[in-house]
Design a protein around this ligand. Structure first.
Ligand SMILES: [Zn+2]
Length: 291
């Protein structure tokens, strides 16, 4: 199979305008962001007002339709490269992503950068993960999907954590993540398309002057971690943002029932083999959004 180019699709506007970066398939079994970026950017009329580029994350895992080959590419961004990491596929993927992002910011002389990392999950439901600095919140509210704060507290080494703290660029650099829905659901691609279209409207100031609708905001209360050889089986039927009452059995972990510790909402119940978090629990923070 022909290897897809890292920056697989783009439209370049005038230099000194905003740059939108769509990072996708950081997990190789999550094609929605790739398909959405191809769909939107290929149909986009040329514009001088901004540049947009789709960047493929884990190319080798993408071709194998696997979450990762050697190590989870969305958990290693805090680990420095050493001679020992040289032969790990995801470390070379990471270096190439960094090089590609840098080259796009440099060649467009970007005034500001809007960077989204698009994922999908093994359960349905769409939401936005803001950076821990919570900047660019107006754009996230404009996109209109539920926002989950604090999710990164339970995870280390994600793309968002790396790029939110990058010191490569002087221009404003807004970073966020999107979970667009269930891996194979056609709605997931539509959700990813909506995110990209809204980003374009936002940066080109073509957003309709309508009052923004309210965005539900949740915050993380618990992360259920799984170790490499653990036996973890999620109970069937949970979807993102399902309300769960205290005491309900959520999973069987190493032959022990895991009850829900409090009334809460569930996020990303793990219905696939690869992954190091079984599920996350949330509380509802806010239904309004303060304009
Ligand atoms: Zn993912």
């Amino acid at each position: 199979m022909k290897k897809i180019k890292r920056d697989f699709i783009f439209k370049q506007g005038n230099s000194g305008t905003p740059l939108i970066i769509i990072l996708c398939a950081v997990h190789g079994n999550e094609p929605a962001g790739y398909l959405a970026a191809k769909n939107v950017i290929s149909q986009l009329p040329s514009s001088n007002d901004f540049s947009i580029v789709g960047i493929l994350g884990n190319i080798q895992a993408f071709h194998s339709n696997k979450r990762y080959i050697d190590q989870d590419l969305n958990r290693i961004w805090n680990i420095p490269s050493t001679p020992n990491t040289k032969n790990i596929i995801e470390f070379s993927e990471r270096e190439e992503i960094i090089k590609t992002v840098k080259s796009w910011v440099a060649k467009t002389k970007a005034k500001e950068v809007y960077f989204v990392d698009i994922h999908s999950t093994s359960a349905s439901g769409t939401f936005i993960i803001p950076s821990e600095h919570n900047n660019g919140i107006e754009l996230l509210q404009y996109i209109g999907f539920p926002i989950v704060n604090g999710l990164l507290k339970g995870i280390q080494g994600t793309t968002i954590q790396f790029w939110q703290n990058q010191t490569f660029f002087d221009c404003p650099f807004y970073v966020f993540g999107v979970e667009a829905g269930q891996h194979q659901d056609p709605e997931t691609i539509k959700n990813a398309i909506k995110v990209i279209e809204k980003m374009i409207e936002y940066v080109t100031d073509k957003k309709p002057q309508l009052p923004l609708c309210s965005t539900a905001t949740y915050s993380l209360t618990y992360t259920h971690l799984i170790k490499e050889n653990d036996n973890f089986v999620m109970k069937p039927g949970f979807q993102n943002f399902d309300y769960i009452e205290k005491g309900k059995t959520l999973a069987i972990h190493n032959n022990k029932e895991i009850p829900c510790p409090e009334d809460c909402y569930i996020l990303m119940p793990l219905y696939q083999k690869q992954g190091s978090e079984g599920f996350f629990l949330l509380r509802l923070q806010d239904l309004s959004m303060g304009q």
